[in-house]
Design a protein around this ligand. Sequence first.
Ligand code: LLP
Length: 427
Amino acid sequence: SQTVSRDEDGVVTVGGISVTDLAEQYGTPAYILDETDFRARARAWRTAFGTDADVFYAGKAFLSRAVVRWLHEEGLNLDVCSGGELATALSAGMPADRIAFHGNNKSTEEIRRAVEAGVGRIVLDSFQEIVRVAHIAQELGTRQRVQIRITVGVEAHTHEFIATAHEDQKFGIPLAGGQAAEAVRRALQLDGIELIGIHSHIGSQIFDMSGFEVAAHRVVGLLKDIRDEHGVELPEIDLGGGLGIAYTSDDDPREPHEIAKALTEIVTRECEAARLTTPRISVEPGRAIVGPTAFTLYEVGTVKALDGLRTYVSVDGGMSDNIRTALYDAEYSVALVSRSSDAAPMLSRVVGKHCESGDIVVRDAFLPADLAPGDLIAVPATGAYCRSMASNYNHVLRPPVVAVRDGEARVIVRRETEEDLLRLDVG
Ligand code: LLP
């Protein structure tokens, strides 16, 4: 993140506060989130897309009330995908018309709440949902603005579990075989909904822009078919999120202004070729905004050297605060942050405290050979999909999120307590 530095003793400082002070005050493990960096990234996306486009932060990456307020202040919109995310957004004062509601199986109750709240758009994901949302809106005496999510059939170059635009998967309505066109036909006939655009999200942690290019081409192709068949030009197109970030030094992410320029050019070019008025573009970055802004601070508990293999470094968290390594084979880096060391690098594996051997946080890393219990280590780029996917496995308590800014730290999500755990256990 932007405000990280090391003092002369090798102690890392973030947002003007040392990690040793943070560990002392808030305990470990903890997610330390740099608010200045978060705001700068949000603003960079907002500025890059300008006033002719909208940026919806994908709340699934990480959502809390403080984050909602920062987004609101920085002029971003919000994408939510459950009643819980919607409730968080509304309770922190995000105006409903700046919220988009996603999901492949929204419950009737969730739809009702979203329509009642007046969300700016609901992204429809199935034929059943087209009818469901239309009925609910009609019942409530309103007309809900909607987009239809389609799958354009591109293979995004990312992990299978987070690729979402190939045809054989649960999201969206396939463009292939005329299904998307049929969905549009049905949506246009229903009074309870107003079809404002087409949505496509091709996957996550993507670096190669060619997938977006193909997606934009195909979405515009559908807009053209809609114009030809129905005589209407839909005013919006959403290209989803998915822009990759640097987890290790091998990754080379694009800047928001490059992404904005590329996407705007593609859509404009395609629309000109199809003689369509260029629709308003929106995007939904989650990881690219919050991912790099936080690191997880752990304390080393044990150091176990296995001759000829590697050294296992156990920390006080693990797969409960970062499931991504176990689930996607994700790569992370790690650094000793509580002191400097001149010791030789040793091949290490950072593991958690959970009762299974797949409980790995960093698969391969070099840490100094004098690493010892009590040292603090940090795993960068854990702002996205770590706290939001955290679990209570082994009844481990979920870590807090501590926001730092200008020399001040503030808990924005507190550490879970045993009381919290036991409160749900009513048997
Ligand atoms: N829009 C839609 C419709 C999405 O489904 C997603 C992510 C996003 C936007 C935001 O994507 P982002 O910009 O954050 O890549 N748990 C996985 C990622 C799952 C992403 C799901 N959808 C991970 O930890 O990598």
